[in-house]
Design a protein around this ligand. Structure first.
Ligand code: FAD
Length: 342
């Protein structure tokens, strides 16, 4: 079968406990852009048990079609039945592009599915676009058009690699949560629903889940915060109380750099950056943070970046919209007092 027979942009619509994960909507937003460039449509693949109630939400956020794989075997995420379900969908419907979130589930599922359907996978992408590959013509080498160009940090974030999969289909990528943007909901939108049964038999031997223990954490997810007051090594362990006060006045949350986590001053959940979380708040305060490339990778899409640093040559000022050069121990309390008075 020729590559041209593969059509459509497919998105794995991750759900947990019958609730769609944010990444499902983010991927649909990106899929809509890609589908427009390729003049094709967007299909969400919804895998789970008793999940049909989620179809309208997927339509609202950009799915033209929803393939529903509904089976009691698929109630909780398990590698084998989910791999079987998604690989069977791909074999049956032959998408040109298959996107999966780079979540804990997607990082497990994506590579297994790509191996099962014998195609490549680019993991942890931060940019996806349609273009020519190779990017520039090379004498003697065919330049293919309308390829999915998948971009991701490589070599510890020191370089950015753009990768394509010109000879196999589907072109598969896992995509970092928090990077792509969901579309504004289209009220009343309806999707074509296709029910698909990949066939589970009682003889299938899968890992058995005996108990599910949910982690209980009172830490807020920084990816949802509209205002982040982020501290780096320059803040020091004690200084985070001062940042918390500023965050409270602003109705925001505290986050941090990796240096802070490595020092054991704040939990890993609060780390922003390449090996932490990607955030996109309305306002991001970078306080006592130098602006290393691995940190910037996780916050540069923030609407407004305000940096406070005593070193005027700190790279954080290159991405900041507003910069204050000075001692954070004087500036932060003064700022907090001013804001309290407003
Ligand atoms: P520093 O670089 O030490 O900067 C401290 C800053 O505070 C300085 O600019 C200093 O001028 C300023 N300062 C000090 N005192 C004051 C004061 N009184 N007033 C004002 N300013 C002051 N980093 C991340 O953050 N997130 C990641 O996800 C991440 N992933 C990584 C992955 C890899 C593979 C690697 C190799 C590195 C990664 N890093 C990551 C680490 C990154 O390279 C930097 O080491 C780290 O971001 C530095 O943290 P920092 O800016 O808090 O500390």
């Amino acid at each position: 079968m020729g590559l041209e027979e593969y059509k459509g942009v497919f998105v794995f619509a991750q759900q947990v406990d019958n609730e769609l994960s944010g990444i499902a909507f983010e991927l649909l937003g990106k899929a809509k852009d890609l589908a427009k460039d390729l003049d094709t449509d967007v299909t969400a693949v919804l895998v789970g048990s008793d999940v049909k109630g989620l179809v309208d939400d997927l339509a609202k956020y950009g799915a033209d079609k929803v393939i529903v794989v509904d089976d009691p075997e698929l109630k909780d995420y398990r590698t084998e039945p989910y791999t079987h379900a998604l690989a069977s969908v791909i074999n049956e419907y032959k998408p040109e592009i298959m996107l999966v979130g780079a979540t804990a589930i997607g990082r497990d599922l994506g590579p297994r599915v790509s191996a099962r359907v014998a195609t490549g996978l680019t993991a942890d992408c931060t940019v996806l676009e349609i273009g020519d590959f190779p990017l520039n013509p090379i004498p003697g080498k065919e330049q293919k058009h309308n390829q999915l160009l998948m971009t991701r940090p490589a070599f510890g974030g020191n370089t950015i690699a753009t990768i394509a999969c010109p000879d196999n289909r589907p072109q598969m990528a896992t995509v970092r949560p928090g990077v792509m943007q969901k579309i504004d909901p289209i009220e009343g939108a309806k999707a074509e629903v296709i029910e698909f049964n990949p066939g589970f038999t009682p003889n299938d031997k899968y890992v058995e889940i005996l108990d599910v223990v949910k982690s209980v954490s009172d830490v807020v997810d920084i990816m949802d915060a509209k205002i982040l007051v982020s501290g780096g090594r320059g803040v020091g362990e004690e200084g985070f109380a001062m940042l918390r006060e500023l965050a409270d006045v602003l109705g925001g949350e505290v986050s941090c750099s990796r240096a802070v986590v490595d020092n054991g001053w704040q939990p890993k959940d609060l780390q922003v950056g390449q090996t932490g979380k990607t955030v996109r708040p309305n306002v991001y305060f970078a306080i006592g943070i130098s602006g290393a490339i691995q940190h910037v990778a996780g916050m540069e899409e923030s609407d407004i970046i305000i940096a406070i640093n005593k070193d005027e040559t700190a790279p954080i000022f290159d991405v900041a919209d507003y910069g204050i050069v000075g001692d954070l121990n004087k500036i932060v309390p003064a700022l907090t007092e001013k804001l309290k008075a407003v």
